[in-house]
Design a binder for this molecule. Structure first.
Ligand SMILES: C[S@@+](CC[C@H](N)C(=O)[O-])C[C@H]1O[C@@H](n2cnc3c(N)ncnc32)[C@H](O)[C@@H]1O
Length: 408
């Protein structure tokens, strides 16, 4: 049966939400839309009255690709919506603050992405999954990916031909670096002698910097280093890296500002040193991270660099074993950059300290606001929030925030 609804708002996944609630993907607030109701979801959607914020999607793959959710909206609408998400999350915790204008990464700037690559009868298919589906959409003209990653699509296809199993597609993470592509594959056939040999040949043939297969480094033709400040770090295969250079620069600028003047900084959830190493130009840094391969990479980078203050590293699970007030007492600034679940256990300990400033980088406004509430209740002031959009056209929102403690 055909149903007509008016969209009131966008939900957290970027879908339009009408009374009911009825969810209608790729619609905008104020629009009247019709379609077929399937449970709480509207399908086969037709836009009856379009919003003034509706635009022609810039990418020709948008219709079938699940990589982007918001290409049908103006940039200004998406920016305002992401700012609102942060504002609402804070408001739900009884908080408000100075929200700085959003910083959005340009098109074609994603320097790291994970693609699906499937072996087919005719060869291979590489791209992103469609929305809530296991069908791969090929994306040769993707508007998100850095040209270096676009050039890697045929490489992912060739790897699927060599080593994808019948069971499912490969997850191929491509990372751009000065030495070429750093490629990390998960979900392929088990490595045996012949596969290892053919993958090593493919590394040569495609001029890859490094190829790893389910965590095993097959070949490294050139060191796929990343620069953090003046330091070159060789990250472990498939390691986390901020999605765009511009996003990383915006987050680092915010972290620098929030920790300005600090002499001893604890960088928690430090990764390979995105923040620790640039901050070490001016401050001693203790970097803590659960993945020992990442802390080793950070440490190696620091050891090879000149002119930095001391940097120490610790591999530690901060969910189970957060730094305790006694351990935090020697720092005059703390940087937090946890995964989506936030930093509940660590923030509970921080709330019992007098660390003067905290820079909190978050990829989830809801868990950020939960943790911010704890810090504010403990006497911290949420000075400002900088929203950073490294995942343009997606429903994903990131931010950096500054907490300060009044000196008593
Ligand atoms: C959002 S990333 C940030 C990394 C780094 N700050 C950067 O900007 O590159 C979160 C980091 O937290 C680490 N992590 C995940 N769970 C953790 C835990 N329980 N304890 C400590 N670190 C953890 C991950 O390995 C990852 O490096």
């Amino acid at each position: 049966m055909n149903t007509q609804v008016k969209i009131n708002r966008l939900g957290l996944q970027g879908d339009g939400v009408a009374d009911g609630p009825v969810y209608a993907p790729r619609t905008l607030p104020g629009e009247v839309v019709s379609g077929t109701l399937d449970g709480a979801r509207l399908t086969d959607i037709r836009i009856v009255t379009p919003s003034d914020d509706r635009v022609q999607p810039p990418c020709r793959h948008y219709k079938s690709c699940g990589g982007c959710q918001l290409q049908h909206a103006t940039d200004s609408f998406v920016a305002a919506w992401k700012q609102e998400i942060v504002q609402y999350a804070l408001k739900a915790q009884g908080l408000e603050t100075d929200l700085r204008p959003i910083i959005t990464s340009p098109t074609r700037s994603r320097r790291r992405a994970t693609l699906a690559a499937r072996r087919t009868k005719k060869g291979s298919m590489v791209g992103f999954f469609g929305r809530a589906s296991d069908v791969i959409t090929e994306v040769p003209e993707c508007q998100l990916l850095d040209p270096a990653l676009l050039a890697g699509l045929p490489v992912a296809g060739a790897l699927a031909v060599l080593g994808a199993s019948r069971k499912g597609p490969l997850a191929v993470t491509l990372t751009a670096c000065a030495a070429g592509l750093d490629v990390s594959v998960v979900g392929g056939k088990p490595l045996d002698g012949p596969l290892r040999q053919s993958l090593a040949q493919a590394t040569e043939a495609h001029g890859l910097a490094r190829l790893s297969w389910d965590g095993d480094v097959i070949a490294m033709r050139a060191r796929p280093v990343q620069n953090f400040g003046t330091v070159q770090v060789l990250p472990p295969a498939g390691a986390f890296l901020q999605a765009t250079k511009q996003g990383e620069a915006a987050l680092l600028a915010a972290v620098r500002e929030a920790t300005q003047g600090a002499h001893r900084v604890a960088d928690l959830f430090a990764g390979c040193g995105t923040f620790s190493l640039p901050l070490a130009a001016d401050a001693e840094v203790h970097a803590v991270e659960s993945d020992a391969l990442m802390t080793d990479a950070l440490d190696q980078g620091w050891r090879m660099a000149a002119g930095l203050k001391p940097v120490t590293t610790e591999s530690r699970d901060l969910y189970r074993r957060p730094l305790l007030p006694d351990e935090l007492a020697r720092f005059d600034a703390v940087v937090l950059d946890p995964p989506r679940a936030g930093a509940e256990a660590q923030v509970a300990e921080l709330a019992q300290t007098r660390v003067p400033c905290i820079a909190y980088v978050s990829c989830n406004p809801v868990t950020f606001a939960r943790d911010a509430r704890v810090l504010v209740t403990a006497g911290y002031d949420l000075a400002w929030v900088q929203v950073v959009d490294q995942f343009r056209w997606s429903a994903h929102t990131e931010l950096a925030a500054s907490f300060t403690l009044a000196v008593d």
